[in-house]
Design a protein around this ligand. Structure first.
Ligand code: MTE
Ligand code: MO
Length: 473
């Protein structure tokens, strides 16, 4: 790299289109990545950095912080950054994650920047109401720093003249309501689907799900006060915009169909408390949306604005992510406009104790297994079937914890356990092939294997959970 020409930040900034060629800087290096863009795994996302430094983007998507990426970039080096410019730049570089909250060490990160983590599954199923320390965290971006005193929620009804602005106190003065609801990430259990073939997404185990009580104001009351006529069928969607922003200034956003928001039985809340205390920063302080029965991604945290609209949210996460595809669809032929955004999640279950590969005790010819089951759309779990011999014989698990609400307003998960007989006497069997499947109140059940539901984003991974354990002789 010695002997390469030097460029100033200003010179680099002129190279920000295909025609002028696309230059970026990284530390002291200047790179011409024009020919690299078509092959970049993140698509043309890298163009956000055209004419400037890739560092602010790479710290944002901490995912890029690995040697492999730098090695690739080095092949495109055309020069060095002017010494003076390089110095001022590194001094001004701030880690956008520096004000993220501290997390409990029990959470095992799938990525640190942004922070994404789940607890050990065996601890998760110890409590029907998940303590905040064990509640999985799924952040796409840095956690915004919001002063609750200054907090304002804006509400806009498309076409209406004025918008409404509410403070946290305004919300707290309205009649409040508490619900118990499970939130699950669309990528929960992705690590099992990945075994079929790689997918794009965080490697979640079975613990990107949790159950809590949420207290806040029903969204329908807030919308009614803001002047929404619930019988005006011009409006089809409720869009949510959040306070967390990406490197280009775009905020996290999502939307839900309007019926879910205005139906009293939809139980959608603007929540300011979780388990009886103010929301932790990681979970949306001071206000988040709770859309029970609906995929985590629509439960928008750090809520800034609500828009009543004819259209869905235009955000990346609504339009080009969190959608299902056939196992035959690959990235080249995936048409996101043809696939509906995930809302209600399908029925699923998982064994949380023991783990795959464990060696466990056999007591009176039986082994003890524990886990959870849940279904979206307010459906209740009516049965959990378990097998310890690869599906030859089945047993019905005991329900250990379940709330009494009726479908389709049954928002919480079900915790179950089962003491199942195993054959550890014969010489050929020193292990058990354990599997679980749940049945919900629509009598929907889980697909048998991941091969048949594999999809490019690794979402909706609800096949039978299968593990193999060794039996102590
Ligand atoms: N809201 C905002 N503003 N930003 C986010 O990154 N992540 C979503 C959702 N709401 C997200 C968000 C996703 S994908 C999930 S699964 C849930 O929040 C996770 O909620 P939790 O972190 O409280 O468990
Ligand atoms: Mo998610």
């Amino acid at each position: 790299k010695d002997g390469l020409p030097e460029y100033t930040i200003e010179e680099v900034s002129k190279h920000n289109t295909q025609e002028s060629r696309i230059w970026v800087t990284y530390k002291e290096g200047v790179y011409d990545i024009t020919d690299f863009v078509p092959g970049h795994p993140g698509g043309d996302q890298i163009l956000m950095a055209a004419g400037s430094s890739v560092e602010p983007f790479w710290v944002l998507y901490g995912i890029h912080e690995n040697q492999h990426v730098y090695d690739i970039l080095e092949k495109y080096r055309i020069g060095n950054l002017d010494k003076h410019d390089a110095q001022t730049f590194t001094q001004n570089m701030e880690d956008p994650y520096s004000s993220d909250p501290k997390r409990h060490p029990v959470l095992k990160p799938a990525s640190v920047k942004p922070f994404n983590a789940e607890p050990p599954p065996s601890l998760l199923v110890e409590n029907f109401i998940t303590p905040k320390e064990l509640f999985y965290v799924r952040n796409h971006l840095p956690v915004p720093n919001i002063d609750a005193e200054q907090y304002k929620l804006e509400i806009e009804i498309e076409g209406a003249k004025k918008t409404v602005s509410l403070s946290l106190d305004d919300l707290k003065k309205m009649p409040k309501k508490t619900i118990t609801a499970t939130i699950m990430c669309a990528g929960n259990r992705r690590s099992e689907m990945v075994k079929v073939k790689t997918v794009k997404g965080l490697n979640w185990g079975p613990a990107a799900v949790a159950n809590a009580t949420w207290t806040g104001v029903p969204l329908r009351d807030v919308l009614k006060n803001a002047g929404l006529d619930q019988f005006d069928d011009k409006y089809k969607h409720v869009q949510f915009e959040a306070e967390d922003v990406d490197a280009t200034g775009k905020n996290y956003g999502a939307s839900i169909p309007i019926w879910k928001a205005i139906d009293e039985r939809g139980d959608v809340l603007l929540a300011y408390e979780m388990n009886g205390a103010p929301l932790p920063r990681d979970h949306g302080y001071p206000v988040r949306v709770i859309v029970p029965g609906v995929v985590g991604a629509r439960n928008v945290k750090w809520l800034a604005k609500i828009v009543i609209s004819e259209h869905e949210s235009t955000s990346h996460w609504q339009q080009n992510d969190y959608k299902g595809f056939s196992p035959c669809t690959d990235w080249e032929d995936a048409d996101f406009t043809k696939s509906p955004a995930i809302q209600e999640l399908p029925v699923t279950s998982a064994i949380c104790k023991p783990y795959d590969g464990d060696t466990i005790d056999v007591v009176d010819g039986k082994i003890l297994i524990k886990g959870y089951a849940w279904s979206g759309g307010g459906q209740k779990i009516v049965r959990v079937d378990v097998s310890a011999d690869g599906g030859k014989t089945w047993h019905v698990a005991n329900v250990d914890a379940q709330d009494s609400s009726e479908p389709p307003r049954h928002w919480s998960w079900t915790l179950w356990s089962a003491n199942i007989p195993v054959d550890n006497k014969s010489k050929t069997v020193g292990f058990a092939d354990i599997m679980v499947k749940a049945v919900d109140s629509c009598y929907n059940t889980q697909p048998e294997n991941f091969e048949h539901i594999w999809n490019i984003r690794g979402v909706l991974g609800n096949a039978y959970h299968k593990i193999k354990v060794n039996l102590k002789q």
